[in-house]
Design a protein around this ligand. Structure first.
Ligand code: ATP
Ligand code: MG
Length: 402
């Protein structure tokens, strides 16, 4: 007997009280996205779990894809049967025969969601254990460490048989926690930061600062390709490409060299915050990791962060580069990130950026210039792209809104 469904258990969703329905419908939408290539499969949502009804589609293939869906705590390939002991036995034997290999051990784990069922859990374990031992020659019980743990779950409406609990990605369903702007550079860190924010249900819009002709079309394409990977998680990503050349040249001219990096970051943050306000976001996400480079010391963050009171989420703050790189590999962004095209910060990086920039100093340097019209112009000239997953790698193919 083949599995006929996948039983999906929610993670933190269960604790969300009144938001529960919203969470469930967002999770359902995420799962439906995964099932797009499997037209016969359907999703059924219950109060405390979901089922993917396979209707002949390949359960194991779908399971691989479900492992990446945020909001799923665990799932199992399962078979549904009626609450009739003979039918249950025959279904258990068919399922078991399919997965059993000579020499494997087993145990039965019964769970009774409905106490009116005629057998209690001990009786189910006993009855079904005995039945399988009788029908499969050579089969042995191992209660502590079995190769196969046949779970028999009795519920009001039916009985579900399954053999393995597969761990899900955890987190919260995509877009269940409100919107934030992700500062996306093209480096290794920021796509990982975006992914981790998405894991907790943050609805991400990406913002990239671009300084042509100092930064190339290929650097821009890199960010489009990274956004495409992130879009694989959420279904689509809005990408804002901010023209930053004029401001960077102004900074080079007007700010003492060892403070140019600090002012550049402050302006990037002001512009991102302006875009956030326009788009109705509630936070900004960055790929900063404490102490990694001059702009990421606590003193730098203290001075740069001064320009906004919007929450800044830094999912990588305490991670080491090796940990970040291993996530980048697993989400398939690493090889895009290491393409050797420079972004605007690398091009204009001063020889000796201040690692402990002071607020009073940068305020004084910036006080001689009115940046506001430049910020407004950059915001107005920002290009907006909607990036969809698997859309191909050509910038021209992207829907441009304006
Ligand atoms: P990353 O690998 O994400 O580029 P990094 O280690 O190179 O990070 P920085 O260059 O100091 O670190 O950048 C810190 C953060 O600032 C980035 O993670 C990103 O969130 C943001 N950032 C840097 N450059 C840009 C850019 N051109 N456009 C948008 N955001 C940027
Ligand atoms: Mg970088």
């Amino acid at each position: 007997m083949n599995y006929d469904r996948i039983l999906i258990r929610y993670g933190e969703i269960s604790t969300k009280g009144r938001n529960r329905n919203k969470f469930i419908s967002l999770l359902k939408a995420s799962i439906q996205r995964v099932l797009r290539d499997y037209p016969n499969a359907a999703v059924e949502a219950d109060r405390d779990r979901m089922y993917v009804l396979l209707n002949g589609e390949d359960g194991e293939e779908i399971a691989v894809k479900l492992k990446r869906v945020f909001g799923i705590q665990s799932f199992s390939l399962a078979v549904k049967t009626d609450r009739n002991v003979d039918e249950m036995k025959s279904a258990a034997l068919k399922l078991f025969s399919r997965i059993y290999e000579q020499g494997k051990t087993f145990k039965i784990t019964a769970k009774r969601g409905d106490k009116t069922f005629q057998l209690n859990t001990d009786e189910i374990n006993h009855e079904f254990g005995g039945y399988l031992l009788k029908n499969i020659p050579g089969l042995k019980v191992n209660v502590k460490n079995p190769d196969i743990n046949l779970q028999i779950e009795v519920r009001k409406e039916a009985v579900y048989l399954s053999c393995e609990n597969i761990r899900g990605a955890g987190g919260l369903p995509v877009a269940s926690s409100g919107k934030a702007m992700l500062m996306l550079s093209g480096g290794i860190d920021s796509p990982v930061a975006g992914y981790l924010a998405m894991k907790k249900g943050v609805d991400i819009e990406a913002v990239h600062f671009h300084s042509p002709p100092f930064t190339s079309e290929r650097a821009r394409q890199k960010v489009i390709d990274l956004s495409e990977k992130l879009a694989g998680v959420s279904g689509a990503i809005t990408l804002h490409i901010v023209p930053f050349t004029e401001i960077q040249q102004l900074i080079q001219k007007q700010i003492p060299e060892n403070y140019t990096m600090t002012t550049t970051r402050r302006l990037m943050l002001r512009i991102t915050d302006e875009l956030r306000r326009k788009q109705g976001g509630l936070a900004i996400v960055t790929g900063e990791s404490l102490g990694q480079v001059a702009s990421q010391t606590l003193e730098s963050m203290f001075t740069i962060n001064e320009v906004t009171d919007t929450p800044i989420l830094r999912p990588l703050i305490s991670m080491d580069k090796t940990e970040i790189m291993s996530i980048a590999h697993s989400i398939d962004t690493h090889d895009i990130s290491i393409r050797p095209y420079e972004d605007c910060c690398t091009v204009f990086v001063p020889a000796a950026p201040k690692t402990k920039p002071r607020r009073e100093k940068v305020q004084r340097y910036e006080s001689f210039i009115d940046f506001e019209p430049y910020i407004q112009k950059a915001v107005n000239d920002t290009q907006l792209l909607i990036i969809k997953p698997g859309f191909g790698n050509e910038a021209e193919e992207i829907d441009e809104l304006f």
